[in-house]
Write a protein that binds this ligand. Structure first.
Ligand SMILES: [Zn+2]
Length: 377
């Protein structure tokens, strides 16, 4: 603990906060005593001589403000092995709120690590995208989780969550109930198209990062997908130049490995069996859209960087198969569960930023969702 050297000032308004690698190492601080804690022993403090504010070793720890040491990797593995939050709590001797708090912290770490790793990617594959159907709060609030998956690697490049209005066959009582709920919550109009437009943005971003001159995006025949793509001015010119091609296949086509949507179909199956809230007829369904999104982020991170591509055969992770640098992945995995990531130091896609800041709307919940101050730093 004593040998700890602060890498930068943790206060985001300070000139010593954004220290790029080219800038001088952080030296504008003084030791400023220490304080005792039950969980972490004596914690050294420092004072920044540039902004005059104090901080401690804990300011750089993922356990900032936490009162108990919990194994984040263990929580993440349990979550992704179909354990419910209550079961994780029981097994680790934690309350449900503590489990949820650790998952939120871990998900922000995963978002930051993913964005840093994406900065040096050079994908060399076509893409498939589709919506995974689930719900949050109640079956009256179905949602669509769009997924953008690498055709060869089954790496999930992006996801997006939209709440939809319940449709389909309903009894008279259910219709009355839906009418009551309509008064209290209305999903964003054209949600499917708007949600997919973010997936389209990510697909186009992948083209610019790609080592190929052109790529294909496979989807089913939903009109919303086409409209979302056509809504982006750059799409038409890329398509005309033969650099980006939108290809469609019927959603009724056999779900075999020969189906171009196989990567998303495969991932749907994994998600359905591994995350308890998405299991059919579960009683452990999500109650909050932001927390549901955080859990998905953590699951995706485990799928992309932790799981081997195939149980028998190819043992590299999905990320390695997608061409992500093995050394860079190793470096991120070494720090992910210890060194806290700061939002102010990350460049995140819009969707990931929304999840980090808990900006998504949960049906029937009024007002903004609480986010601890330290998480927004
Ligand atoms: Zn400072």
């Amino acid at each position: 603990m004593n040998a700890f050297i602060p890498p930068f000032c943790p206060w985001k308004g300070c000139s010593e906060h954004h220290l790029s690698s080219s800038k001088h190492p952080y030296q504008a601080y003084l030791p400023w005593g220490s304080y005792p804690t039950k969980a972490f022993g004596r914690v050294p403090r420092f004072r920044c001589t540039s902004c005059g504010r104090t901080f401690s070793v804990q300011s750089f720890s993922l356990d900032y403000y936490a009162k108990r040491v919990v194994d984040y990797q263990d929580v993440s593995r349990r979550l992704s092995s179909c354990e419910s939050l209550r079961a994780i709590g029981r097994n680790l001797g934690l309350s449900c709120d503590s489990v949820s708090n650790r998952i939120s912290r871990a998900s922000r770490q995963a978002i930051a690590a993913e964005s840093r790793l994406a900065a040096s990617r050079h994908p060399d594959e076509d893409l498939a995208a589709d919506g995974f159907e689930s719900f949050c709060v109640s079956q009256f609030f179905p949602n669509n989780i769009h997924l953008l998956v690498g055709q060869g690697s089954q790496f999930v490049y992006a996801s997006n969550h939209v709440t939809l209005r319940r449709k389909g066959r309903m009894t008279k009582t259910q219709k009355r109930r839906r009418a009551e709920l309509d008064e209290r919550f209305r999903p964003t109009p054209r949600g499917l198209e708007r949600g997919f437009s973010r997936i389209a943005t990510e697909a186009l971003r992948l083209l610019s990062d790609s080592s190929r001159a052109s790529l294909q995006l496979w989807t089913d025949e939903k009109l919303e997908y086409r409209r979302a793509l056509e809504g982006r001015p750059v799409f038409a010119s890329l398509e005309a130049a033969g650099r980006f091609r939108h290809r469609r296949v019927s959603s009724r086509a056999a779900r075999t490995r020969a189906n171009p949507l196989y990567p998303v179909n495969y991932f749907d199956r994994e998600l359905r069996k591994d995350l308890h809230e998405h299991v059919r007829e579960t009683v452990c369904f999500g109650r909050n859209v932001n927390h549901q999104s955080e859990r998905l982020v953590l699951y995706l991170f485990g799928h992309n960087y932790g799981k081997p591509f195939r149980i028998a055969g190819e043992r590299r992770s999905h990320a390695e198969v997608a061409g992500y640098d093995t050394g860079a992945i190793g470096a991120e995995l070494k720090r992910i569960w210890t060194r806290r990531s700061f939002l102010s130091l990350e460049e995140l896609p819009e969707d990931q930023r929304d999840i980090w800041l808990r900006l998504r709307r949960t049906p029937l919940k009024e007002g903004k969702q609480y986010l601890p101050k330290y998480a927004a730093a």
